[in-house]
Design a binder for this molecule. Sequence first.
Ligand code: GDP
Ligand code: MG
Length: 164
Amino acid sequence: SKPVVAIVGRPNVGKSTLFNLLAGEMISIVKDTPGVTRDRIYAEVNWLDRDFTLIDTGGIEPDSNDIILSQMREQAQIAIDTADVILFIADVRQGLVDSDAKVADMLRRSKKPVLLVVNKVDSFSKFMPDVYEFYNLGIGDPLPISAASRLGIGDMLDAVIAHF
Ligand code: GDP
Ligand code: MG
């Protein structure tokens, strides 16, 4: 069967924007409201003749007791349990926050290949200095992308399929 790639991360980092870009159609709901994506959503993606199944998830918010967020956390855990490769998305505009570290710990425990993707790098020259702090998560080299501006996507997909 095809490899499964799961997109996880805090609400509002751009998971659904990335999912929609890769899926090539507007399947997942993108809103400014954090955590609006409540269901895992699947798409079939092809890159360089490699097919994989992509899963969008709700956000992971370890600090919150909110019921919706806890449901999304559960969905993300299911995605982690079923994924061959995990795309952990962070947000360069918000910078590295405590919940990123908690999510990184959760992903590290999953023992699955994790790619650390730093989104909203809409200008590499402007935002690259801010990307380096994500090395502190200790889960590898941060891959800068802009899902909105379609930057860094090819390099990210190359890194994904290298794990199959
Ligand atoms: P999710 O909650 O992680 O699924 O995040 P969404 O995909 O719903 O995006 C949250 C917000 O971030 C929306 O307002 C998006 O338009 C915005 N966003 C997503 N990707 C980018 C990006 O690459 N650059 C910028 N500047 N904004 C983005
Ligand atoms: Mg979403």
